[in-house]
Design a protein around this ligand. Sequence first.
Ligand code: NDP
Ligand code: CA
Length: 315
Amino acid sequence: DRPPHLHRNFVYINNGDDIASIPIRVMQWNILAQALGVGVDNFVRCPLEALSWSRRRSLILEEILAYRPHILCLQEVDHYYDTFQPVLANLGYSSHFYPKPWSPCLDIEGNSGPDGCALFFDESRFELLDSVNIRLSAMMIPTNQVAVVTTLRCRSSGRYVCVAATHLKARSGWEWFRSAQGSDLLWHLQNLVQKLVGGNSNVKVPLLICGDFNAVPSEEVYRRFATSPLGLDSAYKKLSQDGVSEPEYTTWKIRGTGECCCTLDYIWYTKDTLRVDAVLDIPDEEQIGPNRLPSYSYPSDHLSLVCDFSFREKE
Ligand code: NDP
Ligand code: CA
């Protein structure tokens, strides 16, 4: 009597040559904080029972296990210590977690602690070089939003990759704030890669930035990432016919205040060092269903984004 999972297919990107090595699978997902989902989100078309932690916990873990990413970036994690850290450690993942300084979860009765960003990586594939937790600033002022930035070394190729997981400020009216937070993150990443190459500007460090940016593609923060000197591109554009448009939505929900169907989540990658080999498609309206997300079939209001990447050959 279990509802069917959303069935999604990988779309393989024609790169002109075959894939030499096993690609790096990356998953980006705002899993919906348990405290926020039952406490403040007011998902009026989702039965409370579908939001129970026991159901959602299973569905979230099943989704992760279905795709088995080598790198997993999660937002709104309010069950890190009691669930994700131990369960995923048993599956061979190492991880870092940074809770928000003033998580809105803490205002909700029966909460399980603050929510934050978590970054997991498959220890058989990568070796940890360094991980830093960053509290994002906006115009030099520390904010309530964070990022986890982990630098890894691929065990088979020896190549480095720097990965960030972040969750920018929500709500309309805060576009300038998100832009400032995005600039701060880009600044941190620029410094990190510069330190890594030790001033040798010929060496380029592959970067992956995964996040719930809370920004549609027309926002300034999106433009800042798309035009950054780091040379970033958004992986999910590969799904579109023309290769230049983002999907129509990465989140679709109905709150008391109305329906929200928009693209807020992204996987950014450095296009001169990484290549997108495959992208997990976005379920269509019929698959998502009339009550939208979350639901008995899917545990979050945000869809997971999953991509396969390969390192480009060094020049
Ligand atoms: P944000 O505006 O970034 O939102 C926090 C969370 O609310 C996000 O996870 C977001 O989810 C979700 N959200 C967005 N829109 C809605 C909505 N319409 N209904 C329900 N949930 C929504 O918050 P901040 O991190 O800036 O923190 C704000 C809260 O934190 C305050 O309400 C306060 O409780 C607390 N706070 C307390 C401070 C203190 O000094 N005690 C200081 C600062 C904050 P998504 O990203 O998926 O949209
Ligand atoms: Ca949310």
